[in-house]
Design a protein around this ligand. Sequence first.
Ligand SMILES: [Cu+2]
Length: 465
Amino acid sequence: MNTGAPPKRPLLDADRPSGRCGPCVSRRTALGALAAGAAALVAPGRWGLRAAPVRSYELVAEPARRSLLGARPQWWLYNRSLPGPVIEAREGEVVRIAFTNRLPEPTNLHFHGLHIPPQGRADNIYLDIPPGGRFLYEFQLPPGSAGLYWYHPHRHRLVARQMWRGLAGALVVRGPEDAFPALAAFEERIVLLRDVALPEGELSPHGVRDWHKGKEGDWVVANGGIEPVFPVARGGVRLRLVNASNARPLHLARGDGRPLAVAAVDGRLLPRPRMVASYLLPPAGRVDLLVPLGREEEVPLVALRYNRGVPAPRLRNRFLLGLRGEGSGPPLPLPDRLPAPPPPPAPERAPERLALSMFFINGRSYRRERVDVRRRLGEVQLWRVENVGSMDHPFHLHTWPFYVLGSNRRPAPVAGWADTVNLRPGEVLELLVPFVGYTGRTVFHCHVVEHADRGMMGTVEVVEG
Ligand SMILES: [Cu+2]
């Protein structure tokens, strides 16, 4: 059983994520090692692979100036890029990320949505990588994990400010589903969306009310640009969107009034494209849209108004991005079915009830040393999550994707696999959570990251059965 224990091999200075860099490898040497790593093989994995190829990346979190909306604000970025670079690997491969913190405060990485160990060198949110520190992340992508994910900081109490300053990037896992012909025919475009506010040319600092409501901006940036238009050469595009906003849900629709074809939620395919008039993409959520396009056809993607229960700054750009057909053939047909992962088996125990309200889950504020939910490896559990507060709270569980069964509200969210679901005030959601694959401790929380930083988070621990 893989419990996420770190591999027993010398790795940069990763065992000592401290600012004091004793046997620190120089940047040049590290880069050389990474280049060599691209062809390296690791020991046999838990899936009986004889050897797994390694995908190596280097990520540096650091302050950087970058132009936007006529200003040149100071951001905190990965590799000085807005958004951070796309991390891409295949199921079964090992992802190795040499991470350096050049921020003036501690940070770490969370791999949002990935089913990988919640400890060791994988999705370990308890790491505290100080200024000047380095860490080598390393994890193997399990079978069935193909999909769209993203990475961002998860150092408790510092997440909201670090994300607001720009730290986020997409992560895509390739798998057999990507070769499914009716899907593979579509061109792919990964777009990370987030809102910003640049009063006086700099990112606005968090104010008291921002911690209460969650911080929102008045512009939405798409892959670092305002209202980009993407050419589509193949007769259609699989538009893969990440909402990397701190708090703003994006109420997506086509600007031409036609329905959206939703092919995947949180990176996981649906059994067939679902046609909807609009789609609410909560903070941290992902959605794959299929957009067939004829030659010279243009499809705008817009954000409709949405009331999440608190006053929000009005968006200055309702137009988020455009798609322009530049292919020579006719628009692609929508697939009539997709290779969706099957639902989990029925639950084994009485439901776990979680009540969400401002800064609390079940009336308690987060404490790192307290375990709120303890489960045995292999159990499938029904979670009944209720929003007893007065504003929307998007709920996220690390490590174990869940299956949305239903809601007491209409329209109900798309039933199926997810890792982040929005709850309206008064809404009760039923989720099936299979605690499979890994033991260990991690968190569930509201993904209005200001709320999580202020304690709206709990701990789940999965122990050997
Ligand atoms: Cu919240």
